[in-house]
Design a protein around this ligand. Structure first.
Ligand code: HEM
Length: 414
């Protein structure tokens, strides 16, 4: 029936900024009800969706428009203007093939994970007896591996390390006003400029290898048959590189989990390179730790949700963090338990740290890469003889995106 959801009338923009990950779960707790929770955000009416059925509803493209859904400050930092995230219908489907062809091909995914392993070994191999700042080093490792794998034109080491820091800044500053946000804007502007120039040069010289992601972006055809303009090409290259570097967040969380759970670490260390435990561990890290808080889209005019005809301009929010900790879906949701994914593989619309629905929709095309890279790094870390010196490993839930405060410092054994 219409209107069974808890209703919250005041605009909650400020509450979101203050409460971060705890905002939606807190609202749900304070305003229980069966239907979608109602609130307001940035002046718009909002309906909050939660649960596998709601995920399927949200990912039905008749129910959710992406064009105009993301605020400018998010586009100018995290995703870029004209990104695949902002497209609908045939334009979206055509652009999405660019990502799906590369990122879901097992040999290509395996090759990227292998590059990450080599770079990680090169970094920690030279640091015996020293302290390593895991978050920062993981970002460098991931940027070096993905630049090489994607066939980005040969920047030197300093340029790749700058790219790593810029990608971290773009993610770190998207959801917050102030200096972090300005850093994120500058980082995006700089990398879009560099990559646009690289695209123009490569097209002029015809030098790019066609079988790399870089080559694929250069020759990709839109729904209307046109090539990507250099700026959009740069935006989409960053939509491969930036989220790969963002696996640094999950890497820090993986080390956090190992520091708390020596039994988990031992089991990871004992397993062979193709074992299923590290994959289950990667899924559990993605489920358990806070990264994406929620996702947004605009309801088309006249959309009926749960018996209610939604007001013009309604924003649909999918409660990602809340759903990944819902006791209806997960036994003991606040227990870190990789074995839950050994007992049963994740269902499409239950585990949604990277979105839900079919891949052809807006679901993240980088899930295979994330799981492969994270399981490789988890095994490497677990086998490494490292100690965790005294530090602040708390993960503040009012900061989006969050991570262990210290960034996780490790002392690598001799
Ligand atoms: C979309 C999360 C890694 C590329 C998304 C979405 C989420 C997400 C929540 C949005 C789904 C939606 O809008 O409904 C993550 C997380 C990652 C990660 C937490 C871990 C670090 C990756 C990687 C790549 C990637 C490694 C590529 C190499 C993309 C692209 C989209 C996307 C291109 C846009 C898809 C579309 O709009 O159709 N990701 N992702 N992501 N992700 Fe990821």
């Amino acid at each position: 029936a219409a209107g069974t959801g808890g209703t919250v009338t005041a605009d909650k923009t400020l509450a979101l900024l203050l409460k971060g990950y705890a905002w939606l779960p807190g609202l749900r707790r304070d305003h229980p009800g069966d239907g979608p929770l109602r609130t307001r955000l940035m002046g718009r009416p909002v309906r909050v969706l939660h649960g596998p059925e709601a995920v399927a509803f949200f990912y039905d493209e008749r129910h959710a428009r992406r064009h105009g859904a993301l605020p400018g400050p998010v586009l100018d930092t995290l995703f870029g203007r004209g990104a695949v995230h902002t497209l609908d219908g045939t334009d979206h489907r055509a652009r999405k093939t660019l990502f799906l062809e590369r990122l879901t091909e097992p040999a290509a995914v395996g090759a990227l994970a292998e590059r990450v392993r080599e770079e990680f070994r090169a970094v920690v191999g030279g640091r015996r007896g020293q302290e390593v700042h895991l978050f920062d080093e993981a970002a460098l490792v991931l940027a070096r591996a993905v630049s090489d794998w994607a066939g980005l034109p040969g920047g030197d080491r300093a340029a790749t390390d700058r790219l790593a820091r810029d990608c971290v800044a773009m993610v770190d500053g998207f959801a917050t006003p102030g200096p972090r946000h300005l850093r994120a804007r500058r980082a995006r502007a700089r990398q879009e400029e560099l990559l646009s120039r690289a695209v123009i040069q490569a097209r002029e010289s015809g030098a790019a290898a066609a079988d790399t992601p870089f080559g694929a972006v250069l020759s990709h055809r839109e729904a209307d048959g046109s090539l990507l303009d250099p700026h959009t090409a740069a935006v989409e290259l960053l939509n491969i590189v930036r989220p790969t570097v963002a696996i640094a967040w999950f890497t820090a969380f993986a080390a956090h989990a190992m520091s708390r759970r020596p039994d988990v670490r031992r089991r990871l260390a004992q397993e062979g390179d193709r074992g299923a435990y590290a994959v289950s561990f990667a899924h559990e890290v993605r489920r358990f730790y806070p990264f994406v808080p929620f996702l947004g889209a605009l309801a088309p005019d006249g959309l009926v949700l749960d018996g209610e005809r939604l007001p013009h301009g309604t924003m649909l929010l999918l409660d990602v963090f809340g759903q990944n900790h819902d006791p209806e879906l997960w036994e003991e949701p606040y227990r870190f338990d990789p074995e839950r994914f050994l007992r049963a593989a994740p269902h499409r619309d239950d585990l949604i740290p990277q979105g839900g629905g079919p891949r052809e929709g807006h679901r993240c095309p980088g899930e295979d890469v994330t799981v492969a890279v994270l399981s490789v790094l988890a095994r490497e870390l677990a086998r490494l003889d490292f100690a965790v010196p005294d530090q602040d490993l708390r993960i503040p839930l009012n900061r989006i995106p969050t991570r262990p405060r210290s960034g996780v410092r490790l002392v690598v054994g001799a």
